[in-house]
Design a protein around this ligand. Structure first.
Ligand SMILES: [Zn+2]
Length: 281
């Protein structure tokens, strides 16, 4: 396990933190008359769109992870995979997930929630129902809310930062929305069903695997008169056979700056799938 000597932390607690709440339970009503609103698939939200730089960064990341060379966002903002036989490396599990997200009968919006204290990295929010006043068409939209600014707060081993980038976090939310995977936890110390799938992608890409769903939190006392800060930590382990097998990599962030780390909201696995809150993106 790698620790950082520069961290002077005191009062370390064995708390497991709620990093994210991914809720699928509620249903809201809304009206809308834009025809493309009623198409299924993954799209850049028309209401809270990712800016061109964010969209391009996410697209390039997902291209590398999936190997889909022709993947792009079309003029209406929908994610298109292009010719699916044109593959350049990447992970088969990532391709399976993206195909499910793009092809299945669900509408998934990628929303921009930069610098939102309520969202740490990303979360799948409550689905929103739209009904067209003109045609009566209906659609249930699953919003993937993304706070890009949080990724700038990640510190730690380069390999761990690589294993928790925007692509992996968005794929996690797509795992919920498209495949119905859960963050099912027994004791909060395992990755959970959804992260197990994302770990398969990490394995296929040679990236270390996340060891738990919940982040460990502790207090770091700063020098001078500054108040102590709350830090969150996730561990990743290299499962690949070779010299670095079982090597541990640490990922840290300031929970106060990223937000939404709330110890004590752990929900046991007895909650039905569509009413379950989960603990991380
Ligand atoms: Zn989740």
């Amino acid at each position: 396990m790698i620790r950082h000597a520069s961290m002077n932390f005191v009062g370390r607690f064995s708390l497991f933190a709620l990093v994210i709440v991914c809720t699928l339970c509620a249903r809201l009503s809304a009206n809308g008359n834009n025809a493309s609103r009623y198409q299924n698939g993954v799209r850049n939200s028309p209401d809270r769109p990712l800016n061109p730089k964010q969209l391009s960064s996410l697209l390039e990341n997902l291209r590398q992870k999936s190997g889909f060379r022709e993947m792009h966002f079309d003029p209406q903002g929908f994610l298109r995979l292009g010719d699916r036989s044109k593959i350049d490396g990447g992970s088969a599990a990532a391709r399976e997930l993206l195909i499910a997200a793009v092809d299945r009968a669900k509408a998934i919006d990628l929303e921009n929630h930069n610098r939102t204290s309520q969202i740490a990295f990303a979360r799948l929010a409550m689905p929103v129902s739209f009904t067209s006043r003109e045609s009566g068409a209906q659609v249930e939209v699953y919003p993937v809310q993304i706070d890009f600014s949080d990724f700038a707060h990640l510190r730690g081993d380069k390999k761990a930062i690589e294993a928790f980038d925007i692509g992996f976090v968005v794929l996690h939310e797509l795992g919920h929305a498209a495949l119905g995977l859960r963050d099912a936890l027994v004791n909060g110390q395992e990755p959970g069903e959804c992260e197990e799938f994302i770990n398969q992608i990490r394995r296929e890409l040679g990236v270390p695997e996340r060891q738990s769903y919940a982040a460990h939190t502790f207090t770091r006392r700063n020098l001078h008169s500054q108040p102590p800060s709350r830090q969150a930590e996730l561990l990743f382990i290299n499962s690949l056979v070779g010299g670095n097998k079982n090597k541990s990599f640490s990922l840290n962030w300031d929970a106060g700056q990223v937000g939404a780390v709330r110890p004590g909201e752990y929900k046991p696995q007895t909650i039905p799938q569509r009413q379950q809150a989960s603990l991380a993106p």
